[in-house]
Design a protein around this ligand. Structure first.
Ligand code: SF4
Length: 106
Protein backbone atom coordinates (compact mmCIF):
# COMPACT_ATOMS: atom_id res chain seq x y z
CA UNK A 1 0.00 0.00 0.00
CA UNK A 2 1.41 3.39 -0.98
CA UNK A 3 1.54 6.34 1.40
CA UNK A 4 -1.15 8.03 -0.67
CA UNK A 5 -3.41 4.98 -0.32
CA UNK A 6 -2.80 4.91 3.47
CA UNK A 7 -3.94 8.51 3.71
CA UNK A 8 -6.98 7.65 1.65
CA UNK A 9 -7.88 4.92 4.16
CA UNK A 10 -7.26 7.12 7.23
CA UNK A 11 -8.87 10.20 5.79
CA UNK A 12 -7.69 13.25 3.93
CA UNK A 13 -4.76 15.12 5.53
CA UNK A 14 -4.90 18.92 5.78
CA UNK A 15 -2.84 19.25 2.58
CA UNK A 16 -5.36 17.35 0.48
CA UNK A 17 -4.54 14.03 -1.22
CA UNK A 18 -0.75 14.55 -1.05
CA UNK A 19 1.31 12.60 1.48
CA UNK A 20 3.16 15.71 2.68
CA UNK A 21 3.11 19.49 2.33
CA UNK A 22 6.11 19.19 -0.04
CA UNK A 23 4.25 16.72 -2.25
CA UNK A 24 1.23 19.05 -2.17
CA UNK A 25 3.47 21.90 -3.34
CA UNK A 26 4.94 19.77 -6.14
CA UNK A 27 1.41 18.73 -7.15
CA UNK A 28 0.45 22.41 -7.27
CA UNK A 29 3.44 23.22 -9.49
CA UNK A 30 2.50 20.37 -11.83
CA UNK A 31 -1.02 21.76 -12.19
CA UNK A 32 0.53 25.03 -13.36
CA UNK A 33 2.94 23.49 -15.90
CA UNK A 34 0.62 24.40 -18.76
CA UNK A 35 1.59 28.02 -18.18
CA UNK A 36 5.04 27.29 -19.68
CA UNK A 37 3.36 27.02 -23.09
CA UNK A 38 1.16 30.11 -22.70
CA UNK A 39 1.13 32.40 -25.72
CA UNK A 40 1.06 35.38 -23.35
CA UNK A 41 4.11 34.24 -21.42
CA UNK A 42 6.43 36.87 -22.87
CA UNK A 43 3.84 39.55 -23.53
CA UNK A 44 3.06 42.40 -21.16
CA UNK A 45 0.05 41.74 -18.95
CA UNK A 46 -1.79 45.05 -19.41
CA UNK A 47 -3.76 43.78 -22.40
CA UNK A 48 -5.25 41.00 -20.24
CA UNK A 49 -6.53 43.45 -17.65
CA UNK A 50 -8.09 46.10 -19.87
CA UNK A 51 -9.29 49.27 -18.22
CA UNK A 52 -11.24 50.01 -21.34
CA UNK A 53 -13.06 47.52 -23.53
CA UNK A 54 -11.03 48.51 -26.60
CA UNK A 55 -7.92 46.67 -25.35
CA UNK A 56 -9.61 43.32 -24.73
CA UNK A 57 -9.48 42.32 -28.43
CA UNK A 58 -5.67 42.41 -28.34
CA UNK A 59 -5.56 39.83 -25.56
CA UNK A 60 -8.37 37.79 -27.08
CA UNK A 61 -6.60 37.59 -30.43
CA UNK A 62 -3.47 36.22 -28.74
CA UNK A 63 -5.54 33.77 -26.67
CA UNK A 64 -7.22 32.53 -29.84
CA UNK A 65 -3.99 30.89 -31.01
CA UNK A 66 -2.77 29.80 -27.59
CA UNK A 67 -2.00 26.06 -27.26
CA UNK A 68 -3.12 25.99 -23.61
CA UNK A 69 -6.31 27.97 -24.00
CA UNK A 70 -8.53 25.20 -22.61
CA UNK A 71 -6.39 24.70 -19.50
CA UNK A 72 -6.24 28.45 -18.96
CA UNK A 73 -10.00 28.84 -19.18
CA UNK A 74 -10.70 25.86 -16.91
CA UNK A 75 -8.20 27.17 -14.36
CA UNK A 76 -9.88 30.58 -14.30
CA UNK A 77 -13.33 29.00 -14.00
CA UNK A 78 -12.14 26.75 -11.19
CA UNK A 79 -10.69 29.71 -9.30
CA UNK A 80 -13.74 31.87 -10.02
CA UNK A 81 -11.29 34.54 -11.15
CA UNK A 82 -13.07 37.86 -11.28
CA UNK A 83 -10.48 39.86 -13.21
CA UNK A 84 -8.96 39.94 -16.66
CA UNK A 85 -9.04 37.84 -19.78
CA UNK A 86 -8.40 34.12 -19.30
CA UNK A 87 -8.68 31.52 -22.04
CA UNK A 88 -9.83 34.29 -24.34
CA UNK A 89 -12.89 35.16 -22.25
CA UNK A 90 -13.73 38.20 -20.16
CA UNK A 91 -15.07 38.09 -16.62
CA UNK A 92 -18.62 38.61 -17.87
CA UNK A 93 -18.27 35.82 -20.44
CA UNK A 94 -16.87 33.43 -17.82
CA UNK A 95 -19.70 34.27 -15.43
CA UNK A 96 -22.19 33.39 -18.16
CA UNK A 97 -20.33 30.10 -18.79
CA UNK A 98 -20.47 29.24 -15.09
CA UNK A 99 -24.16 30.13 -14.96
CA UNK A 100 -24.85 27.84 -17.94
CA UNK A 101 -22.79 25.02 -16.44
CA UNK A 102 -24.67 25.32 -13.16
CA UNK A 103 -27.96 25.15 -15.05
CA UNK A 104 -26.87 22.01 -16.91
CA UNK A 105 -25.65 20.40 -13.69
CA UNK A 106 -28.93 21.14 -11.86
S1 SF4 B 1 -5.35 31.51 -23.26
FE1 SF4 B 1 -4.69 33.63 -23.27
S2 SF4 B 1 -4.47 34.23 -21.13
FE2 SF4 B 1 -4.55 32.01 -21.25
S3 SF4 B 1 -2.45 31.34 -21.30
FE3 SF4 B 1 -3.13 31.50 -23.40
S4 SF4 B 1 -2.63 33.55 -24.09
FE4 SF4 B 1 -2.48 33.53 -21.85
Amino acid sequence: MTARQRHAVRGTPPWGGATSPLEAFVDLLKTLEWQNDAACRDVGGDAWYPEERMRAPIAKSICEGCPVRTQCLEDALERHDQHGIWGGYSVEERREMQRQRAEVAA
